[in-house]
Design a protein around this ligand. Structure first.
Ligand SMILES: Nc1nc2c(ncn2[C@@H]2O[C@H](COP(=O)(O)OP(=O)(O)O)[C@@H](O)[C@H]2O)c(=O)[nH]1
Ligand SMILES: [Mg+2]
Length: 398
Protein backbone atom coordinates (compact mmCIF):
# COMPACT_ATOMS: atom_id res chain seq x y z
CA UNK A 1 0.00 0.00 0.00
CA UNK A 2 1.63 3.22 -1.13
CA UNK A 3 0.94 6.69 0.19
CA UNK A 4 0.07 5.55 3.68
CA UNK A 5 -0.48 8.56 5.89
CA UNK A 6 1.06 8.05 9.34
CA UNK A 7 0.20 10.74 11.87
CA UNK A 8 2.20 11.24 15.05
CA UNK A 9 0.23 12.46 18.07
CA UNK A 10 1.09 13.22 21.66
CA UNK A 11 1.46 15.95 24.21
CA UNK A 12 3.98 18.73 23.84
CA UNK A 13 7.56 17.64 24.32
CA UNK A 14 6.74 13.93 24.18
CA UNK A 15 9.22 13.66 21.32
CA UNK A 16 6.93 13.52 18.28
CA UNK A 17 9.26 15.55 16.09
CA UNK A 18 12.28 13.63 17.37
CA UNK A 19 10.64 10.33 16.42
CA UNK A 20 10.02 11.59 12.90
CA UNK A 21 13.67 12.60 12.70
CA UNK A 22 14.76 9.20 13.98
CA UNK A 23 12.70 7.55 11.22
CA UNK A 24 13.88 9.80 8.44
CA UNK A 25 17.41 10.04 9.74
CA UNK A 26 17.23 13.77 9.11
CA UNK A 27 16.51 16.90 11.01
CA UNK A 28 13.33 17.53 9.07
CA UNK A 29 10.99 18.16 11.95
CA UNK A 30 11.99 20.90 14.28
CA UNK A 31 12.85 19.57 17.70
CA UNK A 32 12.88 21.85 20.67
CA UNK A 33 12.57 21.72 24.39
CA UNK A 34 10.32 24.74 24.19
CA UNK A 35 6.85 23.17 24.23
CA UNK A 36 4.60 24.05 21.29
CA UNK A 37 7.28 24.27 18.58
CA UNK A 38 5.25 22.39 15.99
CA UNK A 39 2.16 24.44 15.32
CA UNK A 40 0.51 23.37 12.08
CA UNK A 41 0.66 19.73 10.97
CA UNK A 42 3.88 19.18 8.98
CA UNK A 43 4.11 16.49 6.32
CA UNK A 44 7.20 14.56 5.29
CA UNK A 45 7.39 11.82 2.68
CA UNK A 46 9.62 8.87 3.40
CA UNK A 47 10.05 5.31 2.14
CA UNK A 48 9.65 2.83 4.97
CA UNK A 49 10.73 -0.80 4.53
CA UNK A 50 7.71 -2.95 3.69
CA UNK A 51 5.39 0.01 3.37
CA UNK A 52 6.54 1.94 0.32
CA UNK A 53 6.33 5.71 0.28
CA UNK A 54 4.57 7.03 3.35
CA UNK A 55 3.66 10.47 4.54
CA UNK A 56 4.56 11.22 8.13
CA UNK A 57 2.50 13.97 9.70
CA UNK A 58 3.97 15.81 12.66
CA UNK A 59 1.24 17.43 14.72
CA UNK A 60 1.00 20.03 17.46
CA UNK A 61 0.83 18.86 21.08
CA UNK A 62 -2.59 17.66 22.20
CA UNK A 63 -2.22 19.41 25.56
CA UNK A 64 -1.66 22.82 24.01
CA UNK A 65 -3.18 25.33 26.41
CA UNK A 66 -2.05 28.48 24.59
CA UNK A 67 -5.44 30.14 24.56
CA UNK A 68 -7.46 30.40 21.35
CA UNK A 69 -4.40 29.69 19.20
CA UNK A 70 -3.60 26.60 21.23
CA UNK A 71 -7.15 25.35 20.91
CA UNK A 72 -6.93 25.88 17.15
CA UNK A 73 -3.71 23.86 17.03
CA UNK A 74 -5.35 21.03 18.97
CA UNK A 75 -8.32 21.14 16.62
CA UNK A 76 -5.96 20.80 13.64
CA UNK A 77 -4.18 17.86 15.22
CA UNK A 78 -7.48 16.14 15.83
CA UNK A 79 -8.54 16.85 12.23
CA UNK A 80 -5.41 15.00 11.05
CA UNK A 81 -6.71 11.93 12.87
CA UNK A 82 -9.63 11.76 10.50
CA UNK A 83 -7.37 11.56 7.44
CA UNK A 84 -4.69 9.23 8.74
CA UNK A 85 -4.29 5.59 7.77
CA UNK A 86 -2.21 4.91 10.84
CA UNK A 87 -1.64 6.72 14.11
CA UNK A 88 1.35 6.84 16.40
CA UNK A 89 0.63 8.04 19.92
CA UNK A 90 3.71 9.14 21.84
CA UNK A 91 3.93 9.68 25.57
CA UNK A 92 6.65 9.83 28.20
CA UNK A 93 6.99 9.46 31.93
CA UNK A 94 5.05 7.34 34.31
CA UNK A 95 1.51 7.98 33.16
CA UNK A 96 -0.59 7.69 30.07
CA UNK A 97 -1.94 11.22 29.62
CA UNK A 98 -5.65 11.86 29.32
CA UNK A 99 -5.08 13.57 25.93
CA UNK A 100 -3.37 10.43 24.61
CA UNK A 101 -6.29 8.28 25.77
CA UNK A 102 -8.70 10.65 24.03
CA UNK A 103 -6.69 10.42 20.83
CA UNK A 104 -6.70 6.63 21.06
CA UNK A 105 -10.48 6.71 21.40
CA UNK A 106 -10.78 9.09 18.45
CA UNK A 107 -8.65 6.85 16.22
CA UNK A 108 -10.61 3.80 17.31
CA UNK A 109 -13.78 5.60 16.27
CA UNK A 110 -12.31 6.00 12.78
CA UNK A 111 -11.21 2.35 12.69
CA UNK A 112 -7.66 3.62 12.40
CA UNK A 113 -4.97 1.37 13.87
CA UNK A 114 -2.32 2.99 16.01
CA UNK A 115 0.99 2.22 17.67
CA UNK A 116 1.73 3.40 21.22
CA UNK A 117 5.22 4.64 21.94
CA UNK A 118 6.67 5.29 25.35
CA UNK A 119 9.47 7.67 24.44
CA UNK A 120 12.54 8.81 26.39
CA UNK A 121 13.02 5.45 28.04
CA UNK A 122 16.66 6.48 28.56
CA UNK A 123 15.23 8.68 31.31
CA UNK A 124 13.21 5.84 32.77
CA UNK A 125 11.08 2.93 31.58
CA UNK A 126 7.37 2.74 31.96
CA UNK A 127 6.16 1.35 35.29
CA UNK A 128 5.26 -2.30 34.65
CA UNK A 129 1.74 -1.77 35.98
CA UNK A 130 1.15 0.91 33.35
CA UNK A 131 2.58 -1.28 30.57
CA UNK A 132 0.24 -4.15 31.41
CA UNK A 133 -2.76 -1.88 31.87
CA UNK A 134 -2.19 -0.35 28.42
CA UNK A 135 -1.61 -3.80 26.94
CA UNK A 136 -4.96 -5.02 28.17
CA UNK A 137 -6.67 -1.85 27.04
CA UNK A 138 -5.06 -1.51 23.59
CA UNK A 139 -3.97 -5.01 22.68
CA UNK A 140 -0.22 -4.64 23.02
CA UNK A 141 2.33 -3.02 25.27
CA UNK A 142 3.65 0.35 24.17
CA UNK A 143 7.00 0.25 22.43
CA UNK A 144 9.82 1.52 24.65
CA UNK A 145 11.60 4.07 22.52
CA UNK A 146 14.35 6.61 22.75
CA UNK A 147 15.51 9.31 20.43
CA UNK A 148 18.45 10.18 22.65
CA UNK A 149 21.89 10.07 21.19
CA UNK A 150 23.30 6.57 21.43
CA UNK A 151 19.87 4.92 21.40
CA UNK A 152 20.12 1.55 19.62
CA UNK A 153 19.28 1.64 15.90
CA UNK A 154 17.19 -1.54 16.34
CA UNK A 155 14.56 0.67 17.93
CA UNK A 156 13.89 2.19 14.56
CA UNK A 157 13.43 -1.27 13.06
CA UNK A 158 11.01 -2.29 15.78
CA UNK A 159 9.00 0.86 15.19
CA UNK A 160 8.89 0.13 11.45
CA UNK A 161 7.82 -3.45 12.23
CA UNK A 162 5.06 -2.18 14.51
CA UNK A 163 3.88 0.21 11.78
CA UNK A 164 3.88 -2.60 9.23
CA UNK A 165 1.80 -4.78 11.53
CA UNK A 166 -0.65 -1.95 12.18
CA UNK A 167 -0.90 -1.16 8.46
CA UNK A 168 -1.95 -4.74 7.77
CA UNK A 169 -4.88 -4.39 10.11
CA UNK A 170 -6.31 -1.33 8.36
CA UNK A 171 -10.02 -1.90 7.94
CA UNK A 172 -11.40 -1.61 4.45
CA UNK A 173 -8.18 -2.51 2.67
CA UNK A 174 -7.95 -2.34 -1.08
CA UNK A 175 -8.99 -5.13 -3.36
CA UNK A 176 -6.46 -6.08 -6.03
CA UNK A 177 -7.54 -4.54 -9.36
CA UNK A 178 -8.62 -7.73 -11.13
CA UNK A 179 -9.62 -9.86 -8.16
CA UNK A 180 -12.31 -12.25 -9.29
CA UNK A 181 -12.14 -10.96 -12.88
CA UNK A 182 -8.94 -12.33 -14.38
CA UNK A 183 -7.35 -15.76 -14.15
CA UNK A 184 -4.10 -17.30 -15.42
CA UNK A 185 -3.89 -17.42 -19.20
CA UNK A 186 -6.45 -14.65 -19.79
CA UNK A 187 -5.73 -11.92 -22.31
CA UNK A 188 -6.50 -8.38 -21.23
CA UNK A 189 -6.29 -5.44 -23.61
CA UNK A 190 -5.51 -2.13 -21.95
CA UNK A 191 -6.35 0.93 -24.01
CA UNK A 192 -4.08 3.79 -22.96
CA UNK A 193 -4.28 6.90 -25.11
CA UNK A 194 -1.01 8.80 -25.34
CA UNK A 195 -2.30 12.26 -26.00
CA UNK A 196 -1.48 15.74 -24.80
CA UNK A 197 -2.97 14.84 -21.42
CA UNK A 198 -0.75 11.81 -20.85
CA UNK A 199 2.14 12.52 -18.49
CA UNK A 200 5.52 12.82 -20.14
CA UNK A 201 7.58 9.65 -20.35
CA UNK A 202 5.45 7.40 -18.17
CA UNK A 203 2.07 5.78 -17.59
CA UNK A 204 -0.40 6.84 -14.93
CA UNK A 205 -0.74 4.84 -11.73
CA UNK A 206 -4.01 2.98 -12.49
CA UNK A 207 -2.45 1.71 -15.74
CA UNK A 208 0.72 0.60 -13.99
CA UNK A 209 -1.25 -1.11 -11.24
CA UNK A 210 -3.44 -2.90 -13.78
CA UNK A 211 -0.41 -4.23 -15.66
CA UNK A 212 1.20 -5.36 -12.43
CA UNK A 213 -1.93 -7.16 -11.26
CA UNK A 214 -2.30 -8.92 -14.63
CA UNK A 215 1.31 -10.14 -14.30
CA UNK A 216 0.63 -11.25 -10.72
CA UNK A 217 -2.19 -13.41 -12.08
CA UNK A 218 -0.05 -14.94 -14.83
CA UNK A 219 -2.32 -13.48 -17.44
CA UNK A 220 -1.27 -11.48 -20.49
CA UNK A 221 -1.58 -7.73 -20.89
CA UNK A 222 -1.68 -6.12 -24.29
CA UNK A 223 -1.21 -2.38 -24.00
CA UNK A 224 -2.17 -0.23 -26.97
CA UNK A 225 -3.57 3.12 -28.04
CA UNK A 226 -7.10 3.61 -29.41
CA UNK A 227 -5.66 3.93 -32.94
CA UNK A 228 -4.38 0.33 -32.81
CA UNK A 229 -7.45 -1.17 -31.16
CA UNK A 230 -9.55 -1.85 -34.26
CA UNK A 231 -6.85 -3.85 -36.02
CA UNK A 232 -6.02 -5.79 -32.87
CA UNK A 233 -9.63 -6.73 -32.24
CA UNK A 234 -10.02 -7.84 -35.84
CA UNK A 235 -6.97 -10.09 -35.60
CA UNK A 236 -7.36 -11.43 -32.04
CA UNK A 237 -10.97 -10.71 -31.02
CA UNK A 238 -11.71 -14.31 -30.13
CA UNK A 239 -8.84 -14.52 -27.62
CA UNK A 240 -9.62 -11.35 -25.66
CA UNK A 241 -10.98 -11.86 -22.12
CA UNK A 242 -11.55 -8.23 -21.26
CA UNK A 243 -10.85 -4.76 -22.65
CA UNK A 244 -10.06 -1.98 -20.17
CA UNK A 245 -10.04 1.56 -21.42
CA UNK A 246 -9.32 5.07 -20.25
CA UNK A 247 -12.73 6.72 -19.71
CA UNK A 248 -11.73 9.64 -21.90
CA UNK A 249 -11.94 7.53 -25.04
CA UNK A 250 -15.03 5.52 -24.07
CA UNK A 251 -17.07 6.34 -27.18
CA UNK A 252 -14.38 5.30 -29.70
CA UNK A 253 -13.49 2.16 -27.78
CA UNK A 254 -17.12 1.24 -27.26
CA UNK A 255 -17.64 1.38 -31.02
CA UNK A 256 -14.48 -0.60 -31.79
CA UNK A 257 -15.13 -3.48 -29.36
CA UNK A 258 -17.92 -5.87 -30.37
CA UNK A 259 -20.68 -6.40 -27.79
CA UNK A 260 -19.59 -9.98 -27.01
CA UNK A 261 -16.19 -8.83 -25.72
CA UNK A 262 -16.46 -7.52 -22.14
CA UNK A 263 -15.43 -3.88 -21.80
CA UNK A 264 -14.79 -1.79 -18.72
CA UNK A 265 -12.64 1.18 -17.72
CA UNK A 266 -9.72 1.91 -15.42
CA UNK A 267 -11.91 4.18 -13.35
CA UNK A 268 -14.60 1.53 -12.92
CA UNK A 269 -11.91 -0.87 -11.74
CA UNK A 270 -10.53 1.79 -9.43
CA UNK A 271 -14.01 2.37 -8.01
CA UNK A 272 -14.30 -1.35 -7.39
CA UNK A 273 -10.89 -1.84 -5.82
CA UNK A 274 -10.69 1.25 -3.68
CA UNK A 275 -13.86 3.26 -3.82
CA UNK A 276 -17.25 2.90 -2.20
CA UNK A 277 -18.53 0.84 -5.13
CA UNK A 278 -21.91 0.02 -3.56
CA UNK A 279 -22.51 3.66 -2.70
CA UNK A 280 -21.50 4.86 -6.17
CA UNK A 281 -23.89 2.41 -7.84
CA UNK A 282 -26.76 4.05 -5.96
CA UNK A 283 -25.41 7.58 -6.19
CA UNK A 284 -25.01 7.56 -9.97
CA UNK A 285 -28.79 7.40 -10.41
CA UNK A 286 -29.07 10.89 -8.95
CA UNK A 287 -27.78 12.20 -12.28
CA UNK A 288 -31.25 11.49 -13.64
CA UNK A 289 -33.12 13.62 -11.11
CA UNK A 290 -31.11 16.82 -10.77
CA UNK A 291 -33.09 20.02 -10.40
CA UNK A 292 -32.42 23.63 -11.29
CA UNK A 293 -30.32 25.26 -8.59
CA UNK A 294 -28.82 22.00 -7.31
CA UNK A 295 -25.23 22.19 -6.00
CA UNK A 296 -22.73 19.51 -6.86
CA UNK A 297 -19.48 19.00 -4.95
CA UNK A 298 -16.48 17.78 -6.95
CA UNK A 299 -13.88 16.14 -4.71
CA UNK A 300 -10.37 15.86 -6.10
CA UNK A 301 -8.06 13.77 -3.96
CA UNK A 302 -4.88 15.02 -5.54
CA UNK A 303 -4.00 18.50 -6.61
CA UNK A 304 -1.29 17.69 -9.09
CA UNK A 305 -2.70 15.64 -11.98
CA UNK A 306 -3.38 18.10 -14.77
CA UNK A 307 -5.49 15.48 -16.54
CA UNK A 308 -7.69 14.81 -13.53
CA UNK A 309 -8.07 18.51 -12.95
CA UNK A 310 -9.41 19.02 -16.44
CA UNK A 311 -11.81 16.09 -16.10
CA UNK A 312 -13.08 17.24 -12.72
CA UNK A 313 -13.19 20.98 -13.29
CA UNK A 314 -14.29 21.15 -16.90
CA UNK A 315 -15.39 17.95 -18.59
CA UNK A 316 -17.65 16.36 -15.99
CA UNK A 317 -19.46 19.59 -15.08
CA UNK A 318 -20.06 20.24 -18.80
CA UNK A 319 -21.31 16.69 -19.32
CA UNK A 320 -23.65 16.89 -16.34
CA UNK A 321 -25.05 20.24 -17.46
CA UNK A 322 -25.67 18.97 -20.96
CA UNK A 323 -27.14 15.65 -19.80
CA UNK A 324 -29.49 17.14 -17.21
CA UNK A 325 -30.31 20.38 -19.01
CA UNK A 326 -30.40 22.01 -15.54
CA UNK A 327 -28.90 25.14 -14.04
CA UNK A 328 -26.36 23.72 -11.63
CA UNK A 329 -23.72 25.08 -9.25
CA UNK A 330 -20.39 23.28 -8.83
CA UNK A 331 -17.98 23.53 -5.91
CA UNK A 332 -14.49 22.05 -6.01
CA UNK A 333 -12.36 20.83 -3.13
CA UNK A 334 -8.86 19.59 -3.89
CA UNK A 335 -6.35 17.60 -1.90
CA UNK A 336 -7.30 16.05 1.39
CA UNK A 337 -8.54 19.30 2.88
CA UNK A 338 -11.56 19.06 5.06
CA UNK A 339 -14.83 19.90 3.33
CA UNK A 340 -16.09 23.11 4.86
CA UNK A 341 -19.73 23.89 5.55
CA UNK A 342 -22.79 21.72 5.65
CA UNK A 343 -22.47 18.79 3.31
CA UNK A 344 -26.23 18.31 3.12
CA UNK A 345 -26.56 21.39 0.90
CA UNK A 346 -25.23 19.27 -1.96
CA UNK A 347 -27.47 17.27 -4.23
CA UNK A 348 -24.58 15.08 -5.31
CA UNK A 349 -20.91 14.50 -4.53
CA UNK A 350 -18.60 13.42 -7.35
CA UNK A 351 -15.34 11.95 -6.04
CA UNK A 352 -12.28 11.39 -8.23
CA UNK A 353 -10.92 7.88 -8.69
CA UNK A 354 -8.48 8.41 -5.86
CA UNK A 355 -5.52 6.81 -7.60
CA UNK A 356 -3.02 8.50 -5.30
CA UNK A 357 -4.77 7.98 -1.97
CA UNK A 358 -5.45 4.87 0.08
CA UNK A 359 -8.93 3.37 0.21
CA UNK A 360 -9.18 4.40 3.83
CA UNK A 361 -8.48 8.04 3.00
CA UNK A 362 -11.03 7.92 0.23
CA UNK A 363 -13.70 6.45 2.48
CA UNK A 364 -12.84 8.97 5.20
CA UNK A 365 -13.26 11.69 2.66
CA UNK A 366 -16.75 10.78 1.53
CA UNK A 367 -17.94 9.71 4.97
CA UNK A 368 -19.67 13.03 5.82
CA UNK A 369 -21.67 12.84 2.58
CA UNK A 370 -22.61 9.22 3.12
CA UNK A 371 -23.61 9.98 6.72
CA UNK A 372 -25.79 12.88 5.60
CA UNK A 373 -27.45 10.74 2.95
CA UNK A 374 -26.01 12.76 0.05
CA UNK A 375 -25.58 10.58 -3.07
CA UNK A 376 -21.93 9.97 -3.97
CA UNK A 377 -20.49 8.81 -7.28
CA UNK A 378 -17.01 8.82 -8.75
CA UNK A 379 -15.64 10.36 -11.93
CA UNK A 380 -15.52 7.18 -13.99
CA UNK A 381 -18.99 5.94 -13.13
CA UNK A 382 -20.45 9.39 -13.69
CA UNK A 383 -18.80 9.64 -17.13
CA UNK A 384 -20.03 6.18 -18.07
CA UNK A 385 -23.59 7.08 -17.02
CA UNK A 386 -23.54 10.43 -18.79
CA UNK A 387 -22.20 8.95 -22.02
CA UNK A 388 -24.68 6.09 -22.09
CA UNK A 389 -22.32 3.16 -21.71
CA UNK A 390 -22.74 2.54 -17.99
CA UNK A 391 -24.56 -0.75 -18.45
CA UNK A 392 -21.85 -2.09 -20.69
CA UNK A 393 -18.84 -1.15 -18.55
CA UNK A 394 -20.59 -2.25 -15.37
CA UNK A 395 -21.53 -5.66 -16.69
CA UNK A 396 -18.10 -7.32 -16.34
CA UNK A 397 -17.94 -6.11 -12.72
CA UNK A 398 -21.25 -7.42 -11.46
N1 LIG B 1 16.37 12.15 26.86
C1 LIG B 1 15.60 12.17 25.80
N2 LIG B 1 15.18 13.36 25.28
C2 LIG B 1 14.37 13.33 24.19
C3 LIG B 1 14.00 12.11 23.58
N3 LIG B 1 13.19 12.40 22.53
C4 LIG B 1 13.09 13.75 22.49
N4 LIG B 1 13.80 14.31 23.49
C5 LIG B 1 13.91 15.76 23.79
O1 LIG B 1 12.63 16.22 24.21
C6 LIG B 1 12.41 17.55 23.74
C7 LIG B 1 11.12 17.60 22.94
O2 LIG B 1 11.26 16.83 21.75
P1 LIG B 1 10.39 17.14 20.45
O3 LIG B 1 10.69 16.08 19.48
O4 LIG B 1 10.54 18.55 20.04
O5 LIG B 1 8.93 16.93 21.06
P2 LIG B 1 7.51 17.24 20.41
O6 LIG B 1 7.03 18.50 21.04
O7 LIG B 1 6.62 16.10 20.84
O8 LIG B 1 7.68 17.31 18.94
C8 LIG B 1 13.63 17.92 22.94
O9 LIG B 1 14.49 18.65 23.76
C9 LIG B 1 14.25 16.59 22.58
O10 LIG B 1 15.63 16.66 22.38
C10 LIG B 1 14.47 10.88 24.14
O11 LIG B 1 14.17 9.78 23.71
N5 LIG B 1 15.24 10.99 25.25
MG1 LIG C 1 7.28 18.90 17.67
Amino acid sequence: MDNTVIAIFGNRNAGKSSIINSLTGQQTASVSDVPGTTTDPVRKRIELPGMGICTLVDTAGLDDDGGALGAERVRKSRAVAEQADLGVIVFTGEEFPEEAAQMAALLKGYDTPFVLIHNKYDLGKMPSGLASRLASEYGSEPLEYSCAEGAPVELRDSLVAALNAAAKSVAGGERPVFEGLVKAGDLIVLVCPIDSEAPKGRLILPQVQAIRDILDRNATAVVLQPSELGAYVTAHGGEITLVVTDSQVFPTVNAAVPEEIPLTSFSMLLARSKGAFGQYKEGVKKLDSLQDGDRILMLESCAHHATCEDIGRVKIPALIRRYSGRQLEFDFVAGLDAIGGDISRYALVVQCGGCVVTRKQLLNRIRPAVKAGVPVVNYGMAIAWLTGIYRRVMKPLL
